[in-house]
Design a protein around this ligand. Sequence first.
Ligand code: CA
Length: 655
Amino acid sequence: MAVQKDINYAISFGDPRIVNGLSVHSKAFDDTYFYDGDDLGCDYTANRAFFRLWAPTASQATLLIYDTWDGASVVEVAMKRGEKGTWTAILYRDLKGYFYTYKVQIAEQWHEAVDPYARAVGVNGDRGAIIDMSETNPQGWNDERVPFSAPVDAVIYEVHVRDLTAHSYSGAEHRGKFLGAAEMGTRGPNLVRTGLEHIKELGITHIQFLPIYDYSTDSVDETNPDASYNWGYDPKNYNAPEGSYATDPYTPATRIKELKTLIQTIHEQEMRVIMDVVYNHVYDAYRHSFMKLVPGYYYRYRQDGSLSNGSGCGNDVASERKMVRKFIVESVVYWASEYKLDGFRFDLMGLHDIETMNEIRTRLDEIDPSIIMLGEGWDIPTELDGRYKATQHNAWQMPRIAHFNDGLRDTLKGSTFNLREPGFASGRSGLEHDVKRGIVAGVQYQEHLRSYAHEPDQCVNYVEAHDNHTLWDKLSLTSAHLDEMTRRKIHMLCSAIVLTSQGIPFLHAGQEFMRTKHGDENSYKSPTHINQMDWQRCAQFSREVNFIRRLIQLRKNHAAFRMRKASLIREHLVFEQAPANSVAFTLRNHANGDVAKDLYVLHNANWHPIEVQLPHFGLWRIEFGEEFIEQDDLILHGTLKVLPYGSIVLLNRGD
Ligand code: CA
């Protein structure tokens, strides 16, 4: 994420963070008020509705019931003090279709807040909604998950709901909506497959959506969604879907049902869904329910009393506090079970604490161990000791949680922060060693060839994502002196390295057709026309799209690219002699049960052809990249000439 904020409404609280002489940040507070029940929020049945709120520093609490999303309250119910700082209310009538909020008195002030546990909300998420969740299930909704075994078998594709079908040529009926992303059979220019149909054709296994929880009204106003665009890294209601992706944001059940329909459709296409979750900060610390209900508790503070701001969004959520951890863990578990999500991508995961991440892993394993976890393990300054942060550096303490490998990303295309610096693929010398670190998924391969990962399923290899310039736009900066055809080749070389490396490969939507945002480096609130997937361009770059599809098929055909243990990588992957600015390796002896006895892979980042000596294992056949080899003969041995920016894979059957 990368979001800037210009609004900061401070509310004067006196010093509500000290209650009865106890700081809400103290361990004693956590020990005294940790509530371990599972009934926070609203529990609805047709006969009654039960509410439990955690607000230990409040002196009074009231439940407000509304009959519309914007009307005056119809009833105010004083809540009863319960155990561990909780407050309860129960109403014996059918409240389906009503809305609710809480009001708490902190010191002398009353604050009205949405229930942070609300699972359904009205338009723009300003009130919780009381609904019957069983009525949100689309037809055919069941408990079956698409079978999946190892994270390294995944090919992740990151896309924004609106981007996928917003384009006027997307061929979708519900453009920019959950239902649009669920449309199959759509066609664009030259009858190119679009939307979900396009993703399926590529061979993707996991679709990762940018935020789909309810995000800020300042970012996108659900009553007028087309007036603005946002990625959505602005959390408002963590447990309810965003309304601007629904065909009707006013009816609370609609967004839930339509998101479930999208997930179900993707499952029917034998793909899986990863949710991008942003628990590290909220959109506006002071306006969020967290601050209104228990002032100060949910955030980290500096010594001087100001909010910690590693997120760059004005606040850092204090995941290490017991009720915050509980909130995050239960939220993830809720999405995984209610929506049958297959993976979670943690924004700025390095701001979270290790214990929280491991607890999420444990709880997800109870649902289905094939649910994958990945995140941005960046080491960011926040008010939490580095020993406890869920960073790349501490990856060894978080088995089966993957981190984005920014090392390979910047090695291939050049630094994200130094715009004109080229990388391995775009002509910078001396980076072979760093490319190898990515090829082995960042595990300890040799003493001096290692990165942060302990096992390959902790490494997400990629070259572009929603943040920063797209690879195409970066190449426009680093390689403007090269003609477009050459830049296309460099682009494809980067993707080929990602998809033939160990670990978990990750593609940014449109990378297959050399997506451009026309030089927009941070398009988080840029207009739809900058962000949307351009299906005309997809048709125009059909050769390149096909290149990616073939690479994914290659990866699926060969288990050797998907070794599940670092020990297997050390045993079966051998780097071979290759000229400068190229990297070659073999995957030997039926690695990971591969059908091939050996595979030989070479990536040539030179602007000129190179000659290599093939390992003398017998006869090699071309498995991938025949367009990069000037040879009519299909059987290869001895020396081989590989064209500029070529990636080739050869196969030795061992017969
Ligand atoms: Ca919203």
